[in-house]
Design a binder for this molecule. Sequence first.
Ligand SMILES: Nc1ncnc2c1ncn2[C@@H]1O[C@H](COP(=O)(O)OP(=O)(O)OP(=O)(O)O)[C@@H](O)[C@H]1O
Length: 218
Amino acid sequence: MPVTPYALRVRDVRKAYGSRQVLRGVSLDLRPGTLAGMVGENGAGKTTLLRILCGQTAAGSGEVDIRGSLGYCPQETVLNDFLTVDQHVRYFRAAYGLRSTGRAEELIEELHFAEYRHTRVDDLSGGTRQKLNLTLALMHDPSVLLLDEPYQGFDWETYLRFWSLAARLRDSGRCVLVVSHLAWDAERLDVLHRLREGVAEPWEPGGRTAAPADGDGR
Ligand SMILES: Nc1ncnc2c1ncn2[C@@H]1O[C@H](COP(=O)(O)OP(=O)(O)OP(=O)(O)O)[C@@H](O)[C@H]1O
């Protein structure tokens, strides 16, 4: 029987903080060339799951298998206030062991923040910090991308640019998982999951018309 190729495989992942059981057996398979979404209410465990997938938090039990390189864009920007955009890019080039910053340059152009290359992070707007955060997560061209609320603070044009970038990454065979507490973007996704009561349930892209996960009815 042929083996189904996957980029990300999660099996029965569980996690408790003290007596609070946050993840109760999350399983998920994503293929290469997939643009996937994961929605869930505030506190559902989305960030906990992503942190487990990228190895920043240990699961209580379960298995995670990632094929290829990983890029993780955390919800909170992890930037140094005293370094400029360019200094961050150079630092991450060295950390990733890249020969050039070519991909980062493309992302900076694509996300329209080249004019801030020599600006220190403490002088950047929240949206521009998030653009840098995303650039640093993507500049090594990872096979699997885990993006936690990646468009927070983006203006509308940047939000649209983000989705066209995500679609292009998918089209070039990357596996992109976008986490959000809202389901606004369901129609942009190939597959949508909802994290609820500690498990991930597939939501048919009929979820396109479903109410947002926070249930505010819009
Ligand atoms: N380090 C921690 N120690 C104890 N409890 C934690 C820790 N991190 C998260 N939690 C708890 O685990 C639950 C899930 O948190 P998590 O941040 O994963 O949710 P989320 O779905 O990402 O929420 P949001 O949409 O608000 O970002 C919450 O009740 C949170 O308070």
